[in-house]
Every structure is written in C-alpha cells, then in structure tokens.
Design a protein around this ligand. Sequence first.
Ligand code: SF4
Length: 389
Amino acid sequence: MRPKGVNPLTEGDTNAVPRYHPSVQASATIPTKHWHALPDGRVMCDVCPRACSLRDGQRGLCFVRAAEGGQVVLTTYGRSSGYCVDPIEKKPLNHFLPGSSVLSFGTAGCNLSCKFCQNWDISKSRELDTLADAASPETIARAAADLGCRSVAFTYNDPVIFMEYAIDVAQACREVGVRSVAVTAGYMCDAPRREFYAHMDAANVDLKAFTEDFYHRVTGGHLAPVLETLEYLAHETDVWLELTTLLIPGHNDSDAELRRMSRWVAERLGPRVPLHFTAFHPDFRMTDVPPTPPETLARARRIAISEGLQYAYTGNVRDRDGGSTYCHGCGACVVERDWYTLGAWRLSDDGRCLDCGTPCAGRFDGPPGQWGARRLPVRLADFEPEAVA
Ligand code: SF4
C-alpha cells in the first residue's frame, strides 16, 4: 500500500505521466502530480503560487483541488459549467485563425479572488452542482471537429486549476486536428506551467494591472508570477500569445501605469504581442466603480502604440478602429472588425499584407473563417458515441 503523503505520480520519473486518466470517461475525482508532503502531515499543492497547505478533507482556495487520502486530488475532472461555440475573437484572440469558431467551456472555481470578477457565478462557485455537464476528452474533441470548430478554449474560469483535464482534452483534440486555447490569468508555478503549455496552441493571458499593489489588494495574488508566465510563453514556447487588460476606472488606468505596462510588453515580450484593453462593468464586489468610458480604452490603445506595440485593441465596446488590425508595415487596415464580425480582409493565406507584403503576426491558415458573432450553446451528450452511432 502506498504510504500517505508520497506522490505516486512523481516518484521516480517526473515525466512519466503522458496522460492522466485515459480510462476516465467523465466526471471523476483524480490524483494529481504537482504537490508534496509537509512534515506536519499536510500536503501542499504546487500548481499555483497560492501554495495551499491542506489537511485531509480540506479544499484549496480554488475549491476544486483538495487533500484526500494523503494526496492532492482534482475533484472536477470531466465536469463543466456548459459548452458554447463562440467566435475566436471573443476570447479575445485577434491573430489566431481569425473568423473561426471555438468550442468554449469552463468548470468551477478560481485561484485568484478578483473583486471585479466578471464571471463570478462560475469562478466563485462553491456549488459543484453548477457543473451540470460532463464529457470525456474524446467527446469534446469529437464535438469540436463535428461542429467545425478550429479550436477548443478553456475559458470562463482559469484552466490552471483543472490542468489535468485541460491537458487530456488538448491531447484528444490534437489527435483530430483541433487546437487548444487557454484563457488564463497566468498565475501558475514553473513546473506545472511547462507541462500545461506543452499542450496549448494559443493563450490569452490577463495582465490585470501593472502594480503589485493592485494584484495584492484587488486580486489576492502577485504580479511577478504572471510576468514570469508571460516571459516563459514569449521566449520558450511556440504558443501564440495575446494579452488582455480590463481597465477599471481609478484602479489601473493611469497614463503612467499604461505606459509602463506597454513599454514592458514591447521590450520584454516583443512588439508583436497584441494587447487588448477591455471595458469593465460594475460586478461582484466592485459595484461602486463606474463602467469604463470608451475614451479610456482609446487612450490606452494610443499609449500602447506610442510605446512601440504593433497591435493594440479596444474591447467590449463598439469601436471599428480600435477593433481592427492594421499592417505595421504600411498602415493598411488588413482585418476589419465590427464587434466579433469580420469585414474587409486584406491578408494572404499565410498572413501577409496584400498591399506591402509585410507579415502580420499570428497564426493564419487560409482564408478567414465565417463564423461571425454567433454564440451557440451545445449539449455534449449529443456527441457521445452512443448518441452518434
Ligand atoms: S491550484 Fe488551487 S489548491 Fe493548488 S495552490 Fe492554487 S489555489 Fe491552492
């Protein structure tokens, strides 16, 4: 019998688990790998910098990882708060297979505690009953392929906390030619980060602000691990990376902070990384702050461009100029957007400007998709093998 507190998934070869649970069809509690035993009998989860120390029966801050039988388990493998086909631009990703559709889902819980959370009904859920849907990785991959989605997105809440399920889904998707997208706050430790992103094709990472004070006061986290994730993605992986900053009036929208953030992105990640500035609406524990004025988004975009970024966008508002992509070689509008609907398209199949030939940064593969702005809820049970037989 395995002694309590010994991690069977990392004893010996730490890379020995190519697939966490090939036999799990859906909805299960599974053992995890990134944790270690503490001398006082507790176990510490090593997935994110929260470093939760847990006694048997306790759950981590994210609520979905817990100590059971002397190890850390994931309690929500295979469970989801629902599935929906979205435009890829909604993640937001403007340079990854533009116009294509993406099968999106999330689970419950989160490893940050953002007072402004815009998805708090999912991320702060303590009711696992909200996870009404269940599906195996193979079913999700089949559904995505059958629905014509070019990718699957782990979104609505942070996939960091359900990384084992996300990895299995990504592996199943790769087998049928569907790519994987992580929408995340990037709050993750080094070893799980390397494992997780080996399976991802694109990521939109929230850079929630550019001060440690904001991260500490408003999110309950820290800025430095997020910056580490961004540098790792930009320099050590092939994952296509875009960033999003939700601008909250009076909290993270000063000229000075936006200038410092943009300069850091340009210098440390490179000028080709797109930065999205999106509009806040009062929600959760931040209902005393007004919505972001459109002019604030436009100002942030101007600052980002003036600091050398080649692609900066406004989001959550109707702004054709701020939502469109411009060639950084000649200034032509190469991808026109009206909300999530594409208009004029002036790129070659491999993403070069039709006017001057300058390559647009991103992942382009043929003509643009035609999904438009639709949002289509999907019942995964319809794609189970018995349902499609
Ligand atoms: S992933 Fe969850 S349990 Fe693990 S350290 Fe982070 S908040 Fe704690």
